[in-house]
Ligand binder design. Structure first.
Ligand SMILES: [Zn+2]
Ligand SMILES: [Zn+2]
Length: 408
């Protein structure tokens, strides 16, 4: 049972009339349950799903909103990252989850606002102790150069200097990415099946062939992660009977003109020809009738969200969240709750149970003597000697050449 449930029960049994926000009678007591999730403080019950919006905004990521990213955590311990858009790593980092638990990444499509922080997760998780590779699932394209495999391989090529130099200093194992590319045309095709979890893909219609949406089923619960799309019949057919569905709801054309600086013609197309308008979102949801619908992919300022909300309510009157970054949902068969995650701006990386392997001692340094000749050792070594001696004594180190350690 979760702490908030215990608190609610405690309030009921102590004779308090429970109300939103609750009461605090005891000056040294604790505050009651409220609309807040503090990451890392609640065990996830084994039959429950927790979803955290780690990015809900537009391609021009802002401090308030990163680009698309939803972390799905299951009570069996599995965690899946759906999309990893620009800036999302900042939110993921704030959750203080060891990076070895964040290795399964599913991409709906290859727009930067849905995958550009893959590179940040790749390098950031690697330096922060991830012991092994990332795995990425994503769609093919109409040509080889339009698919996920091509994208990830070439991303790593672009960051080759990072990969090569880092691989000398720490384990190269975590610098690899395993890509599982699947046919974007698959209708309700299984792309992942393990540990009681089934993830399927359906095609989406968005700026060109290739994008998909995902459907995750586990423990009798069905979650749908909609990729960018114009409303489509695959979604209507396969996203029915879902417990929780997230789908884009773009800003209105007028808002695009006013707040995004787009010409009116492009605003019309962006909103409503290769994305989904608020009214379109509502029509989709009132057709598939999920237990809970979540709209995202708009700026969440009040001046915008009211219009998005009004547009959705023209065509849908069911349960609804207008997602913003760090919104959290807990999903069971009985209840779906929405809260806001509250986490430190500066969270330390959290160690997992698996120790990262050491570097590969056979890898050659990427330095040449030409660069090393300019090291100012005679000036700096005396300056830092005392501090480094303390460190070496504390950890029983002989010198700074780690190769000796691994060549024993
Ligand atoms: Zn897109
Ligand atoms: Zn997008």
């Amino acid at each position: 049972m979760r702490i908030r449930h215990l608190l609610i029960l405690a309030l009921i049994f102590s004779g308090h009339l429970w109300a939103a926000g609750g009461e605090v009678d005891d000056p040294v007591g604790i505050a009651p349950d409220r609309y807040v999730y503090y990451p890392g403080t609640e065990p996830l019950p084994e039959d429950e799903i927790r979803i955290i919006a780690c990015g809900t905004g537009m391609p021009d990521a802002r401090r308030l909103q990163a680009s698309a990213c939803f972390l799905v955590e299951l009570g069996n311990g599995d965690k899946f990252v759906f999309d990893l858009g620009t800036g999302a790593m900042r939110n993921i980092n704030s959750l203080m989850i060891p990076f070895e638990f964040l290795t399964k990444i599913f991409l709906t499509h290859l727009h930067t606002d849905h995958w550009s922080d893959l590179i940040a997760m790749w390098a950031g998780g690697w330096t922060a102790g991830r012991p092994g590779p990332l795995e990425v699932w994503g769609p093919s394209g109409t040509r080889e150069d339009m698919g996920t495999k091509y994208a990830v391989e070439h991303m790593l090529k672009a960051f080759n200097w990072d990969k090569m130099t880092r691989s000398v200093q720490i384990t190269p194992a975590a610098g690899e990415i395993i890509v599982h590319e699947f046919d974007y045309r698959g209708e309700n095709q299984v792309v992942y099946e393990e540990n009681g979890v089934v993830i399927r893909s359906i095609p989406a219609i968005h700026t060109g062939d290739g994008p998909v949406s995902f459907i995750l089923e586990w423990a009798g619960l069905k979650i749908v992660i909609g990729g960018d799309t114009f409303p489509n019949t695959w979604f209507l057919k396969y996203a029915t009977d879902a417990d929780w569905v997230v789908h884009e709801a773009f800003m209105t054309p007028e808002q695009f003109v006013k707040y995004y600086g787009q010409p009116p013609q492009l605003a019309w197309r962006a909103c409503c020809a290769f994305h989904t308008s608020p009214q379109g979102f509502g029509k989709v949801m009132s057709t598939i009738k999920p237990r809970h619908a979540v709209a995202y992919h708009f700026y969440t300022e009040e001046i915008i969200r009211y219009d998005v909300y009004r547009g959705i309510r023209e065509t849908y009157d069911g349960p609804l969240s207008l997602a913003t970054d760090m919104m959290v949902w807990n999903i069971t068969k009985d209840e779906i709750t929405e809260r806001m995650g509250v986490s430190p701006d500066a969270a330390f990386a959290v160690e997992g149970p698996t120790e990262q392997p050491g570097p590969d001692p056979t890898r050659k340094s990427e330095f040449t003597d030409w660069t090393l000749k300019a090291r100012w050792d005679e000036g700096i070594q005396p300056a830092q000697k005392e501090m480094l001696d303390r460190h070496m004594e504390k950890y029983g180190l002989q010198d700074q050449d780690w190769r000796k350690e691994y060549q024993k």
